[in-house]
Design a protein around this ligand. Structure first.
Ligand code: ATP
Length: 279
């Protein structure tokens, strides 16, 4: 299912948090949202899962405008892992993941799917099956994150919104979770701080700066030294991943480093392209 964001603007009191944002994630695509702290990534994602009401613009799931859908209708199509996801009570891991089934069942309804199988599959995809039966509150930060990802997957969404899914995860689980989510074949929009992970796992990347999209395109088009310097203020080399060909950044410890030298030093570096406009 396609997710389309058109002309999204969010204002809070006197401040414009995001302005005129356009973003399209096509059916089955994994789309990354990157940008510095405070650039508006979470704000955009919150609008997609209806934790925030935009001031202007619209969000479409397929052809349907979110504003015309009930919460249940949108939750049957779209699931989210937010940065603030938390569980206050002493639920077991399985109970937490089972709450992902609520849009399908309602509070007292019956689940048409085999819920136990769905929950087991979600725990597996999130790399959390060994945590089944444990109390959620006794888990480590990374273990909790994997259970919360499983809860979103148990919703069996066609569109998955992930706000920093790799938070708290060790490197193996960062790669595992993104790879397995990608293998689901559903539409994913994910905010990521790690540009190398974004380049490795995303089909396309949108770059946000101060509430506006400043570039978008494939990882090769977007992950370039000039862009990383302009948006993040960091000098970097780009090399091709020897196995996948994905651009990977090697950061310079000196942010004043001359990045024109980077390209000379790395002949395989990805060429710079003009900023592209959002689809
Ligand atoms: N309710 C609000 N009122 C005023 N300002 C807000 C509100 N919510 C968010 N902001 C501000 O909007 C900006 C964008 O915040 P947002 O959380 O979307 O950024 P982000 O790109 O997700 O950041 P990070 O990478 O740090 O998670 C920030 O400057 C934040 O302080």
């Amino acid at each position: 299912m396609d997710l389309t964001i058109e002309g999204l603007t969010v204002e809070a009191s006197t401040k414009t948090l995001v302005r005129d944002v356009g973003l399209a994630a096509h059916d089955g695509e994994v789309v990354g949202l990157v940008g510095p702290n405070g650039s508006g990534k979470s704000t955009i994602l919150k609008c997609t899962y209806r934790a925030l009401r935009p001031t202007a613009g619209r969000i479409l799931l397929g052809d349907a405008d979110l504003r015309g859908m009930t919460m249940k209708q949108s939750a049957l199509r779209l699931a989210a892992l937010s940065q603030q996801s938390s569980v206050e009570f002493g639920f077991t891991v399985d109970e937490v993941v089972a709450t992902g089934r609520l849009p399908h069942t309602g509070l007292l309804g019956r689940d048409a799917a085999d819920a136990r199988q769905v929950i087991a599959g979600a725990l597996h995809t999130a790399g959390a099956e060994h945590l089944s039966g444990r109390s959620f509150l006794e888990l480590s930060g990374g273990e909790r994150q994997r259970v919360l990802i499983a809860r979103a997957l148990a919703q069996q969404p066609q569109v998955l919104i992930l706000d920093e899914p790799t938070n708290h995860l060790d490197v193996k689980h960062q790669i595992d979770v993104l790879r397995r989510v990608r293998e689901l074949g559903i539409t994913v929009v994910t905010a990521l701080h790690d540009l190398n992970l974004a380049a490795m796992f995303c089909d396309r990347i949108y770059v946000l700066d101060e509430g506006a999209i400043v570039a978008s395109g494939t990882p090769r088009q977007v992950v370039t030294p000039p862009l990383v310097r302009a948006v993040f203020g960091v000098a970097a080399h780009v090399v091709e991943h020897p196995e996948t060909g994905a651009p990977q950044l090697l950061y310079s410890p000196d942010t004043a480093y001359d990045d024109t030298a980077c390209d000379d030093a790395f002949p395989g570096a990805v060429p710079t392209v003009e900023e592209t406009t959002p689809a």
